[in-house]
Write a protein that binds this ligand. Structure first.
Ligand code: PSU
Ligand code: MN
Length: 299
């Protein structure tokens, strides 16, 4: 992949100087949030990282290249155009070859980040095992890539649109460590906790140390750091459940499947909650970027 990587000046210099960098995904911009909030958020996440002294590298595919670190005009295209492809592992080659614009999911972003030498990545929520997966087989590529790409993924757990117990079981099957940041309850994205147990870790330093040990042991898997949404911004689990139900019913009625399924549900929930879920989403991503930056500095 090396010859396809195109670094921004900023990211290239920071990596060369062995200073901290974090990776950010672009699907959250193109398919995860509505315009114009998506563009504001993309800019704000980068600003938060810079304030902490960490260089943000938002990643996407453009002009036949894997871009590591974007300019404002790139972010604008991702935020506004409705001709942006959602890219997981299997889509990378096709979108590079056809020189289309591709927004990278968690899966594709960590693949690219790893090739670029970036070890920490922040997002909102990861993809996972969908409800009813026993019939649909809908399991996100994110989980597979987490098991084989040695990048630390900071997320607010997994979204309650998913089947959380099955998602955790699958991560265990695939050998992916899941750590709760200062909690032993797996966070459920909009809500700070579920009743599912995870191993608790209390400091960015400890996360960095475990990561380094894993690498020294030759275990080349990634790890998931689940960082709960700050309580004052959370939407209670039971309340979310009603909205998610509505969104799932609508998806079924409209026959939404495959890569369209997650974006459909996310935007539907924004509509149903009249933007409240979007506010929670924004707060939790910001919170994840801060933690990812602290971990990157420890590394
Ligand atoms: N979860 C969110 N917001 C998102 C996504 C997931 O809360 O924007 C996006 C991420 O890019 C994730 C992708 O990698 O959806 C997963 O899609 P799928 O379920 O189709 O694998
Ligand atoms: Mn899927």
């Amino acid at each position: 992949m090396k010859k396809y990587l195109q670094f921004s000046k900023d990211v290239e210099r920071t990596l060369k100087n062995k200073q901290p960098v974090i990776a950010l995904e672009s699907t959250i911009i193109s398919h995860g949030m509505p315009y114009p909030q998506n563009l504001e958020v993309a800019g704000r996440l980068e600003a938060i990282a810079r304030e902490i002294g960490v260089t943000p590298a938002t990643i996407c595919l453009m002009d036949g290249k894997v871009k590591i670190g974007l300019e404002q005009k790139d972010l604008k295209i991702l935020a506004k155009s409705n001709d942006v492809a959602k890219v997981s592992r299997r889509d990378i080659g096709r979108i590079i070859e056809t020189k289309k614009v591709g927004a990278t999911t968690v899966a594709a972003t960590i693949i690219a980040a790893n090739r670029a030498g970036i070890k920490v990545f922040a997002t909102g929520g990861i993809g996972g095992v969908h409800r009813n997966a026993e019939n649909t087989f809908d399991i996100s590529n994110d989980l597979i890539e987490l098991s084989r790409i040695p990048v630390i993924v900071v997320s607010a757990g997994a979204k309650a649109i998913l089947d959380l117990p099955k998602t955790l079981e699958y991560l265990e099957t695939m050998g992916v460590p899941v750590y709760g940041y200062r909690t032993d309850k797996f966070p459920a994205f909009y809500s700070s906790q579920s009743n599912l147990k995870v191993d608790k870790i209390d400091t960015p330093r400890q996360i960095a140390d475990i990561y380094k040990t894993n690498i020294e042991l030759g275990l080349n898997n990634g790890m998931l750091v689940a960082n709960p949404i700050p309580e004052k911004y959370e939407i209670p689990f039971a309340e979310m459940e009603e909205y998610i139900d509505l969104a799932l019913k609508k998806a079924k009625k409209n026959n939404i499947t495959g890569r369209e399924f997650t974006p459909f549900l996310l935007l539907e929930i924004v509509k149903i909650t009249k933007g409240r879920s979007l506010q929670a989403n924004i707060k939790l991503v910001e919170n994840n970027v801060r933690l990812a930056c602290e971990i990157a500095r420890e590394l």
